[in-house]
Design a protein around this ligand. Structure first.
Ligand SMILES: [Zn+2]
Length: 86
């Protein structure tokens, strides 16, 4: 009898659609599986701990959506130091 309980991973970001808190995680025979409820991406870990995609997206969502305005990115302003002027 196997009961699989899927838990959301707090703060986890989907590698496919970059949505946060959309990943669920569960184990099958001790092997961790992940699944994104936002885009349907799913992966698992092999014996070396590498993520292996088990369900790729048919259409890549992030390819059609350019990341133009990302509020996470901070603009670094460079002000030339006048004292360094010769
Ligand atoms: Zn996703």
């Amino acid at each position: 009898m196997t009961s699989v309980s899927k838990r959301f991973i707090a703060g986890a970001v989907c590698p496919a659609c970059s949505e946060m808190d959309k990943l669920r995680m569960w184990s099958v025979d001790g092997v961790p599986h992940r699944e994104c409820v936002a885009c349907g991406y799913a992966d698992t870990l092999d014996e070396r701990g590498n993520a292996v995609a088990v369900r790729e997206l048919a259409t890549r969502v992030n390819a059609a959506k350019p990341k133009a305005a990302s509020p996470q990115v901070q603009t670094v302003q460079f002000f030339p130091n006048p004292k360094l002027k010769k």
